[in-house]
Design a protein around this ligand. Structure first.
Ligand SMILES: [Zn+2]
Length: 159
């Protein structure tokens, strides 16, 4: 039986390891030590600053994905930062996701690796390679089109 605990002031282990696929829930809480270190870095390094900035509940939809769970998700890449406990998909209570996305990429100065707006309501945010390397503010912009033809943008920090 795995027990819940706080990873950081606002985020629990269960929150960052949950899945909406109940058959994988237990496996997804058997987190290897090196991935647990990444979960702590993610919680303290980028989720807490967003939570504290808005001072509203931040709802994590999906964070760590064990290999079994990731394989079960249609279209999920095996190189996704979710598979390294370095990325979280979330929303912030009452904040339009486009505003959240714009604040993170333009003004937050967070040491993130990648931020992606996933309309209608989700932002994907990941750690940069080493979290302490805040090299420059240059971002490369990519336009993505979803199945409805809607365009969203993602930004990658240029090393
Ligand atoms: Zn994601």
């Amino acid at each position: 039986m795995i027990e819940n605990y706080q990873l950081s002031p606002h985020f629990t282990f269960f929150e960052l390891t949950k899945t909406d696929k109940p058959q994988f829930q237990e496996a997804n809480r058997d987190v290897p030590d090196e991935m647990l270190r990444n979960l702590y870095a993610l919680a303290w390094g980028i989720l807490e600053p967003v939570r504290v900035h808005y001072n509203r509940p931040l709802h994590v939809h999906s964070c760590w994905r064990c290999p079994l769970l990731n394989r079960a998700l249609a279209g999920a890449s095996s190189t996704s930062q979710h598979c390294y406990a370095q990325a979280a998909d979330f929303d912030v209570d009452g904040i339009p996701s486009k505003d959240l996305f714009d604040w993170i990429r333009l003004r937050s100065r967070l040491p993130f690796g990648q931020v992606i707006h996933e309309p209608p309501s989700t932002v994907h945010l990941s750690l940069g390679k080493p979290i302490w390397r805040r090299s420059g503010e240059a971002l490369r912009r990519f336009a993505d089109t979803d199945e409805h033809g809607d365009v969203s943008f993602r930004y990658e920090r240029i090393e």
